[in-house]
Design a protein around this ligand. Structure first.
Ligand code: SIN
Length: 477
């Protein structure tokens, strides 16, 4: 297993010899130690990216595309190894880890092609001897900070477009899941991506965040993580007026109207809520179900939940793995206890599952009926396998409840009425709206939020704008 960082095409240990341990969330056993790089080493990764930039940006889009596709092919070749590594460090069921590798490579494949379609413009000028040209040029050295919940896809969703646009990169993966990132670094070298174009650094997050936001050779920072950390990075980045993309927290509402196809709504609720054990920024966090179908929906949803198998992600047939760490389980527990103390009914689950020989991080899929405004689960991201449900009686009420949050990442609703479908999609203040669909993510569509869920888009042609400058050339003939 590769545990070195990757700077300027070389495998790097920490100059100070310091390391931190990576643990399997299912067993809490140590699986690896990775470098706590020094500040100087992080700066040397930025030096490598700066020095590699002129040659990388001068290549044709087709040449860059070929190298990006080569990385994708190697990830596909090694999919089983990468999926197993991901399950070990992150905990998600192996089938989901395999799915994530496919999802991750889709961003590389898409970007490799889309890089060929970065078009400029000519604009009719105001005098006959002038020409107006608009050029799209790479922003430059790009710092990337990624979360632990999707250890591979959140890297490639940024790396693909950054590379395709001609930017070079320094990537800091989450401390809980650095191994998937280090494996991608090694594959980037094997793919023939030149030294310095992809650098991977691990270590103390605050120090690395400081270096990324204060070194003026860094021209762009793309971050996925919590709203709280996003705010801190934004403040730090303000001195350098650093260009930012922020994919932050969410609190997705899931609305079931009286005319919904209930089979589809229940299956979609399961897919959204229990993907990655509910540790997904876009997963449904609070359910609003019309009075007339509430009891039926709760009964079916609760039955489906009780059939889920919770366990270690590498075991066959497991649907929900462990939560990432102790703090995560404690938060989920706190949300459930808080809801119960405010009068909610815990219809299914409600507590940890103590599996012999494993860490105490498994939580039973939980249905909370009777969610109200004062409950923590109504206001904060739970990030666990918990589904709180409330009733509503009118469309306007459902929309108002759904929009009553500081977040604006994803929202879902289920209806068979076509005019309601458009009306509600337009009224929801969210960057991603699933209409009769609760698994919207795909490489060719724009992913990102509004309000405190951040700004910037990843995926599809929209991702390219994040890594390009627009230059106006005014030319007198
Ligand atoms: C996320 O949790 O932000 C990623 C989810 C996705 O890409 O579908």
């Amino acid at each position: 297993m590769l545990t070195d960082c990757f700077i300027n095409g070389e495998r790097i240990a920490s100059d100070s010899g310091a390391e931190f341990s990576v643990r399997d969330p299912a067993t809490d056993q140590e699986i690896a130690n990775v470098p706590l790089l020094t500040k100087h080493q992080v700066e040397s990764a930025i030096t490598a990216a700066s020095e590699a930039w002129p040659a990388w940006r001068s290549m044709t889009a087709a040449e860059r595309g070929e190298l990006i596709r080569a990385l994708s092919s190697l990830m596909k070749r090694d999919a089983e190894r990468l999926a197993l590594l991901m399950t070990r460090e992150q905990g998600k069921p192996l089938a989901e880890a395999r799915g994530e590798i496919a999802y991750a490579t889709a961003f590389l494949d898409w970007s490799a092609e889309e890089g060929k379609r970065i078009y400029g413009e000519t604009i009719p000028a105001s005098s006959p001897d002038k020409r107006i040209l608009v050029l799209r040029q790479p922003v430059g050295v790009t710092a990337i900070i990624t979360p632990w919940n999707f250890p591979s896809a959140m890297i490639t969703r940024k790396l693909g477009p950054a590379l395709a646009c001609g930017c070079t990169t320094v990537i800091k993966p989450a401390e809980d899941t650095p191994l998937s990132a280090l494996a991608i670094g090694a594959l980037a070298a094997e793919a023939g991506i030149p030294p310095g174009v992809v650098n991977i650094v691990t270590g103390e997050p605050e120090m690395i965040g400081d270096v990324f936001t204060t070194d003026d050779r860094v021209r762009k920072l793309s971050f996925t993580g919590s709203t709280e950390v996003g705010r801190i990075l934004m403040r730090k980045a303000s001195n350098n007026l650093l260009r930012l993309s922020m994919e932050l927290g969410g609190h997705a509402p899931f609305i079931v109207f009286e005319d919904a196809d209930l089979d589809r709504a229940v299956a979609s609720a399961m897919g959204s809520k229990f993907r990655n054990g509910g540790q997904t920024c876009i997963c449904a966090n609070r359910f609003y179900v019309h009075d007339s179908v509430h009891d039926e929906f709760v009964a079916r949803f609760s039955r489906a939940m009780s059939e889920l198998r919770v366990g270690i992600g590498t075991e066959a047939g497991v649907d929900v793995g462990p939560l990432i760490n102790d703090a995560a389980v404690e938060k989920v527990e706190q949300h459930v206890q808080d809801a119960a103390s405010h009068g909610a009914t815990i219809a299914t689950g409600g507590s940890r599952l103590r599996l012999n020989g494993h860490a105490d991080r498994f939580f039973a899929p939980t249905l909370i009926d009777g969610m109200t405004g004062e409950m923590l689960c109504r206001r904060e991201e739970t990030f666990g396998p918990v589904a709180p449900i409330a009733r509503f009686s009118t469309e306007d009420e459902a929309i108002a409840l759904a929009n009553d949050t500081e977040y604006g990442l994803a929202a879902y609703f289920f209806t068979r009425d076509a005019s309601r479908l458009m009306r509600v999609a337009e009224a929801l203040e969210y960057g991603i709206v699933g209409a009769n669909d609760a698994v919207p993510s795909t490489a060719q569509a724009p992913f990102g939020g509004m309000k405190h869920s951040g700004f910037g888009r990843e995926g599809g042609k929209y991702a390219m704008d994040e890594y390009l400058e627009t230059k106006f050339v005014s030319w007198v003939l």
